[in-house]
Design a protein around this ligand. Structure first.
Ligand SMILES: O=C(CO)[C@H](O)[C@H](O)COP(=O)(O)O
Length: 168
């Protein structure tokens, strides 16, 4: 579950009771991420931690060893159909030339999800940066052939992951 809500603390137990196996909350929405991570684990769920475009990845990094998935939003949260923000990709990967390496390099086994504006035109950027989980709404729902779009998105991510593991 991606809980795009304020006060995410209040929904942990209800979501666990409803059968959720992962609870993703927004870093910006809580004053105590550590306590919330502990509570989610104690309720038997995996932990996802999301950051909005305006939040730098340095705020997420201290929690990266305690979570299962980092979610880098590539649009402002709110609604589907927005334009993919390519300038979020350095949060996932390396900024060429600067020597700064981010999530995929520092946390090779972390699940990294991108959400917003992801489709056939933008998936290569996400996959090459190192995202291995994606959310895609409009690109699939507005397609005349959703199945082929899903297959394409899946294949591009798998091939990039395979290439990364061979390069290591
Ligand atoms: O919930 C979202 C933003 O708040 C998602 O980005 C959205 O549902 C994904 O849709 P799209 O692929 O059209 O960006």
């Amino acid at each position: 579950m991606h809980m795009m809500v304020s006060r995410p603390e209040q929904w942990v137990k209800p979501m666990a009771v409803a059968g959720a196996n992962q609870y993703t909350f927004h870093l910006e929405a809580t004053e105590n991420p550590g306590a919330l991570i502990k509570d989610i684990r104690e309720n038997g769920m995996k932990v996802g931690l999301a950051i909005k475009p305006g939040t730098t990845v340095e705020y997420l990094a201290p929690w990266a060893n305690q979570i299962d998935m980092a979610l880098v939003m590539t649009v402002e949260p709110g609604f589907g159909g927005q334009k993919f923000m390519e300038d979020m990709m350095p949060k996932v990967k390396e900024v060429f030339g600067s020597g700064v390496h981010w999530l995929r390099t520092q946390f090779p086994s972390l699940d990294i999800e991108v959400d917003g504006g992801v489709g056939p035109d933008t998936i290569h950027k996400c996959a090459e940066a190192g995202a291995n989980m994606i959310v895609s709404g409009s690109a699939i729902m507005r397609s005349e052939d959703p199945r082929s779009v899903i297959n394409l998105l899946r294949n591009v991510c798998s091939e990039a992951a395979q290439k990364r593991s061979l390069d290591r």
